[in-house]
Design a binder for this molecule. Sequence first.
Ligand code: ADP
Length: 509
Amino acid sequence: MNYVIGADIGTTSTKAVLYDQTGTVLEYANVGYPLYQTEPDMAEQDVEEIFEAVVDALTQVTRRAAIDPKDIKGVSFSAAMHSLIVLDEEKKPLTRSITWADNRAAKYSEQLKASGLGQKIYEKTGTPIHPMAPLSKIIWLRTEKPELFAQARYFIGIKEYVLYKLFGELKIDQSIASATGLFNIFTLDWEPEALKVAGITAAQLPEVVSTSYQFHGLKHAYAEVTGLPEEIAFVIGASDGVLSNLGVNAVEEGVLALTIGTSGAIRQVVNQPATDPKGRLFCYVLAEDRWVIGGPVNNGGIVFRWVRDQLFTPEKETAAQMKVDSYDLLTNMAEKIPAGSDGLIFLPYLGGERAPLWDANARGTFFGLNRSHTRAHMLRAALEGIVFNLYTVLLALEEVTGSPKSIQATGGFARSSLWRQMLADIFEREVTIPESFESSCLGAAVLGMKSLGLIDDLTAVKEMVGVTKTHQPNEENYAAYRDLLPIFIRLSRTLSQEYKAIAEYQRNH
Ligand code: ADP
């Protein structure tokens, strides 16, 4: 039997999973690290802490497994997108890893958007113009930290750093590159216009390779520590988002991956790159012939958490005393309210919104309240509002990719049968809950297996991912949602002027 390790360098931890070639999990390790936030909008991580976590996670799964390490044919990587590390001439870091959650470049992405140049660049790079993107961060560094910028020789991300330390080669895969805002997803090369705006040259970026690129010649010291054989291949892999699509078996055309955890996203694999004339969607590389188009939302399960904590404190305490899950207790209450919450609509924009509005000023709204509405209505309306919003992202996606046939749904929300059924009803499509554990690690492992010749095509993942539950749309429910959705959509657009006014008020008081 052959084995492959899928490793995911995430924002809170690095996970490593050892799989056999049928996708069965043998070992799992998770090693965490802190996020540094010592000034407003900052979100950085220490590169050495992450490097050590990667080595530790690989060591744990390798040493714990009751197999001959020589049978581990490869390690393949996933990583969080949009990280930026500045290196000097000697390739020594001058900064920590500035993560996707860092917002200090907001002013520069806003300027880029307002000038119209942002949309032009987005249409080539597929990366929404946003402070998360290395493009915005480099403009911020150049303008606000000119001394650092003058010393900067290379601009790289966390995965590039880790692999550079293990192999001495500075390479970036097309997938991570495609999330920098500097890379043309059509030509699969750095985009000159974006480089010009950033004020850097391609020589300051790592060499771009395909997501199946293999590193050979693991440094002796790391082979010794981890227990991995020196002749093992490391496959560069891709980004966590696109690999999670692969890992939940949403790789065939027409299959939508939807996730609602703390935040949320919908994504779909396509065979041609495409961007959105309205700039609402991302398009990132998965492999040389596959791209992933989708939209991320800020307001997922975090909104449910807010409703629980602010409106249902007594129930939260009861749940704790009864030792039951507070979310289960609340979804049982919401289930007693009819679909459509008797005409109460909730716009879930508590944390501003990325797709589809891309408006940091957006704010939440209950609309349609009357005296017969109860707290339980507010609760159900909030759960519906989160799904309505994701549905509006699907409407944007459909303009570019056409209509999906089915949905693979994952994330904390999928623990609730009410919420899963709500998704099937609002989207009016079959919803499947895949049996997926650490989907980005599995996606990385599958990409690695393809690179190593252990499988012929990425669709082999189909045999590795089980199904736990399916839901069919219920006609009675979707009739209510069909009536309310147009109101939801008009409201969220009509309020855009007022979002700005109220956000300004909140900032100044
Ligand atoms: P993360 O995005 O941080 O990985 P999860 O995928 O665990 O988080 O999702 C956390 C969210 O999932 C919670 O905020 C909550 O909204 C939702 N959630 C968790 N458990 C349940 C449940 N039993 N029923 C409904 N929603 C749940």
